[in-house]
Ligand binder design. Sequence first.
Ligand SMILES: [Fe+2]
Ligand SMILES: [Fe+2]
Length: 385
Amino acid sequence: MNGRTKKIFRFGENGEFRIMAIGDIHGKINPDEKTEDYLRLINAALDSQKPDIAVLLGDIISGKNHKENRLATPDEIYEGIKVITEPLVSRNIPFAITFGNHDGQTGEPKEVLFDLFRKIPGFINTNESGATGVGNCYSPVYDREGKKPVFNMWFIDSGDRAQDGSGGYAWVDDSQIAWYEKNSDELKKENDGNPVPSLVFQHIPVCEEYLLLKESTILNPYRVRGHGHLSDRFYVKKDGCEGYLGEGPCTPDKNNGQFKSWVKQGDVIGAFFGHDHMNDFVGPVQGIILGQTKCSGFHIYGDGLMQGVRMITLKENDPWHFETEMVRYRDFFGTECNSIKGLLLFPDRWHINVGVTLKVLGAAAAVTAVTAGTRAVIKHRRKSR
Ligand SMILES: [Fe+2]
Ligand SMILES: [Fe+2]
């Protein structure tokens, strides 16, 4: 029931520790020009931000050989993993992963994927938690002398589909919560009985993200539809929630108490998720910052030029607080992009949910065919997070 990483992190000489969270890559076995846009983004972001660690937030690799329209072999998946992790490997940047729902659907068990990741230099996860999932682990960040844990990072496999067969998304289960609490207590002992401030990284967001939102009318162009059992309602951000809400958070339908457990333990100061490709909002719930990192890959629905990576900066002398910001494709390359073309390149319009915008335009023009087509596009988008 341990699962601590072998890699030992320390705060740097400048007293900082910088994390780069990389949202859904959806990497391909057969790289193409869209893969090039992802690689341009990651290479530029790594050169400008120089993180101490990168965290891949799930939905990392596709298991399909698109050229031959069949499931990929493990060797082919490994080649795909090598392509998307090359920017990290070539810079000697350690990285952790948290598996996403699509990683569980590659045709190979996640254990096989995990063994492929193990072959990549810099990969730090362990798989010894004994809890449900693959790669649950944690990695403390020690002080400059390496004597005491000042900070900690949890990496959790949030699963695939709902465990009760109801069709929604999975929740972090009791065994994972028990594992977290046990090791949270162990860290506390190492820290003279005080909780060690921590960040959680996982793919599927917790239900409490909806506490950052408020219900809205259908007429508000910024509203999004809720997900699952909330899909008959519309939402906008509450005051205090910063960043972009481009779709209803796809949380599990069942709340299994993961967030409650963080509150009880008193160590988690923030949690960052992937899964929802359009969202990068961040806000506080009961003193814990919950935040999204939108997708970084260009093979799947997303936010185009506004896609990017999330930087989180911690300070050794103030570990209960952190700074975070999105670093976007547009910041580096403007509108030069293989994947995004035509009207979608207008950057000033881009920060509005394209799905919503198209729907409003469709309704205003009262063109039935256009509206129907747009609905089909939105339905497709919601299918494949
Ligand atoms: Fe996902
Ligand atoms: Fe995804």
